[in-house]
Design a protein around this ligand. Structure first.
Ligand code: GCO
Ligand code: MG
Length: 403
């Protein structure tokens, strides 16, 4: 099965997605997600200028060799742009190999280890009544685990909180990033009361998650983790800027609240201390930003030795192709934990036809050969690229802070 062409498709149906589309001599088409939120064109260029020409004439079955060729062969290793580009190639090749075998991809990854993947949905509100309404809405949609984000008095624009009824979408279409605010002391004072109220209203069973989005110092994170222990969180996510792996030693030694980290990681090396010293409980990487299925599977196998489970990133900026890859891998690995699921805008379905399902709180990748996703090129052309940026964060005195 020889690769004849590799084409990069940039389209913005609702938001921007970058997709690698590989065609073989037998006419099969494999898809890989290369979407890096707010930096999409950098990956598109890396792929079309530097990677696509190397793929022509290669054997599409050579998944591992191609991964090593693009990773070691580039000399310059790691980094979100490079690893997202390699991920797109890797996922597109897995898609092709599985289509050629006539099997849904999860069957090539070891087969199903469970009936479906427990998914969590997002609920955010500016205050408690809005938050409660948002949680009820998610439960009515079938979610059986909820991520809870709340407004904080004194902070005007905050991560994870939108006007009632509008879907949360972090990237905004504007010439420059919008600016949000942050105040750790106000947040630390307010959040425990929010989780207490939610736990009280929704009872002890419902898994609740919360995302700090990289904003606290280790000692602040330790304090927060400890103060949330009575509310039995499923996880506390990205409590500190996660690239400092050693910071988690301090957090871990002070709290038994489970910790999830890694949506901005792109390599197994970002996890070595965290996994080796058992400093986290869930791996947030998605195939899209971590070098694909080949690379994430290695990370999850290492994590499994330490009873650390998957909790793959599944925001709208992981495309339907990237979501399908996550679902096939998640269905197959033994140490699956939970899958984030932020459904795409309805208009995205004009371009991407998917076969994954969501029922009774569980996602399933479906039974079509390969990933089970199709890209309609003519429809993609109707949604030309539109620039969007993630927000930038500032403290009350104007200092730039982690967003
Ligand atoms: C999450 C994430 C997202 C990110 C977004 C950035 O937990 O889902 O934190 O909301 O902010 O993916 O591109
Ligand atoms: Mg997050």
């Amino acid at each position: 099965m020889i690769i004849e062409s590799a084409e990069v498709v940039v389209t913005s149906p609702g938001r921007t997605f970058v997709t690698l589309r590989i065609t073989t001599d037998e006419g099969l088409i494999g898809l890989g997600d290369a979407t890096l939120n707010g930096r999409e064109l950098a990956v598109a260029s890396y792929l079309s200028d530097h990677v696509a020409p190397l793929l022509i004439g290669r054997d599409a079955h050579a998944v591992e060799d191609t991964w090593q060729y693009l990773h070691r062969g580039a000399y310059w290793r790691r980094g979100p742009v490079t690893m997202t580009a390699i991920a797109a190639v890797d996922v597109a090749l897995w898609d092709l190999v599985a289509q050629r075998a006539g099997l849904p991809l999860y069957q090539l990854l070891g087969g199903a280890s469970r009936r479906g993947l427990l998914a969590y949905g997002h609920a955010g509100g500016r205050d408690l009544p809005e938050l409660s309404e948002a949680i009820h809405r998610r439960l009515a949609e079938g979610f059986r685990a909820i991520r809870v984000q709340s407004g904080v008095p004194g902070i005007a624009a905050l991560y994870g909180v939108t006007d009632p009824g509008t879907a949360y979408e972090p990237a905004r279409r504007a010439a420059r990033p919008v600016e949000e605010q942050w105040d750790s002391r106000a947040y630390l004072r307010h959040l425990p009361g929010v989780l207490e109220a939610v736990r009280h209203e929704f009872g002890p069973e419902l898994p609740l998650l919360h995302d700090v989005h990289h904003r606290l110092t280790p000692i602040e994170a330790a304090r927060l983790g400890r103060s949330l222990e009575p509310y039995d969180l499923f996880w506390l996510e990205d409590c500190t800027p996660a690239e400092n792996q050693e910071a988690l030693r301090l957090v871990r030694s002070h709290t038994v609240t489970p910790l999830a980290i890694g949506e901005v990681f792109n390599s197994v090396h970002d996890y070595r201390t965290l996994i080796g010293e058992q400093l986290v409980d869930f791996i947030r990487s998605s195939p899209t930003h971590t070098g694909g299925i080949t690379a994430l599977r290695r990370i999850l196998d290492l994590a499994g030795l330490h009873q650390i489970r998957s909790g793959m990133h599944g925001p709208t900026d992981v495309s339907p192709v990237g979501m399908a890859a996550a679902l096939h891998l998640g269905l197959a690995v033994h140490n699956f934990g939970i899958q984030e699921y932020m459904p795409h805008a309805a208009v995205t379905a004009d371009v991407f036809e998917t076969s994954f399902t969501f029922a009774a709180g569980l996602l399933h990748p479906g039974e079509l050969p390969g990933l089970g996703v199709r890209l309609d090129l003519a429809a993609a052309a109707r949604y030309p690229y539109q620039a969007a940026y993630l927000p930038v964060n500032r403290l009350p005195d104007g200092t730039v802070h982690d967003w």
